[in-house]
Design a protein. Sequence first.
Lengths: 101, 497
Amino acid sequence: MDNLSNYVLISAILFSLGLFGVITRRNGVAVLMGVELILNSANVNFLAFARFGGMNMSGHVYALFVIVLAAAEAAVALAIIINIFNNFRTINVDDVSELKQ
Amino acid sequence: MSNLESLKFFWPELILSATALIAILSDLIYERKDSHKVSFWAIGGLLLTFITIRLFGGSSINGLFMGTMALDPFSEFFKILIVLSTIIVMLMSFNSSELDGYRKGEYYTIMSIMAFGLVMMTSAIDVLMFYVAIEIVSIMSFFLAGYLKRNPNSNEASLKYVIYGAFSSGVMLYGLSILFGLTGETNFFAIKNAISQLGPDSNLALILSIVFILVGLGYKISAVPFHFWTPDVYEGSPTSITAYLSVAPKAAGFALIIRFFNIAFGSNSAMGSDEWSSLNSLPWPFLIALLSAATMTIGNLVAIQQQSVKRMLAYSSIAHAGYMMMAIPVMSQSGIYGLMIYLFMYMLMNLGAFFVVMYVQDKFDGENFDAFNGLGWKMPLLGISMTLFMVALTGLPPTSGFVGKFYIFAAVIEAGNQYYWLAFVGVINSVVSLYYYIKVVRHMYFEGERSDIVSLPESKLTTSLVLVLALPTFFLGWYFSPLVEWANNSLNFFLGI
């Protein structure tokens, strides 16, 4: 378990699951969960590279910044979804299509 | 340079963030009906930022804040463009009746924060700053797109924006993490040194990371195939915000693309055909040229079919991103300053066009072509200005749009015969775009009843704002050498690093 390729593999799996979630889920909150998986897969990468690559601290710092930004993004996204629910009575992203395609 | 020492070169950004804080605090003091007064603080702060950018201009320092930000005339050019467009959009928002009934204080606060993020984007030279700046801009623009929270269209725009935006910045972050793993560095200059020592077995990972990074950057400038959010978001957002989104983030996105690819993957200092030398595993310039051709073609072909002028302008902004992208594969000096000139002209004419659309939408309650019927006779000033903006967006002489296009096309042709096809596609597209831009003019002058009631816009602010945008659009088509010189000087400093 203690080598780089395991962690990079996990992060690749997380990334693919996130991608899959964003593409297949129609529920607004589930799509956001997919996005969070993608962000965290990048975090795993940063930490693994910083730990095993013998690199400087910037990988750890980077992961901290990503966590903060992901929280801010999730807050705004959830506020938008609540607003959507108030106006449309649904959070299915396919039903929210008043604008012309 | 250490953090404390860097602060004294950081005045414009400090003033901009102070502006945002003062705007928040002053919003607490004003009552609901007075909350638009926050804009005076915001505009005042932005003017002060503008002055400090000029005061601290001219110097070139490459390692502010432990090597995460650069201060150079190249970023200064883009900062001025961004601050100017923010001020113009704030003035536009005074007249917007869409925003009536909402508390406006937050609107101006969020716009100042977004301007701060955009300014950071133009000067980031570190992967961390790159990502943080892009996220500041994205999160604030999700907010602004959905600002009309009782309006379903605005809701939908912000939902689509947040899903596409969060997704593509996540993918970009994954690409950046691979780049970090390959090189072990976060500073662009250090990344370049590390990449030059990579062996051929890391080519695949490098390609993957660049493709992922291009997803995020392509989304910011709405390049095909990452453009799907653009028409819906532009149509649903408040028109003033649409105008802002179509100009400022695009300018900052191009600044970031140029800086990132030029420093991290370029040759040592001079720009030229060997610009992409450290990325020889794939024909990158050709692929980006292909994307650029696809962007302008799709933007133009879909714009033709639109019924709504606002949506038509959204597709036209995709097409313009395509023209500007022509400079990226070439990456020659003349290409980049052509792009800078184009962006400046594009700011004036696009903000102007959206301003007229906003006015028509407020007064005649519609944004379709029919709402423009007879406008040229009813309001000669708006009619003439809109005609001018449309001609400039097409790129016909003697307007500033022609000058911008001329410099970009000249740079593409100068780059050699492998790019002749790109210039050809660009010219064909400009001809196609004439159709839908002139359609607006046709509706203004030849459709509907011709009324003899001639009126000016009732507010002086509207009249002066239209003139402020229309006069430079016209006169920069005749006398553009100061602008060209400014862009060229900004670039020379950048290359002299």
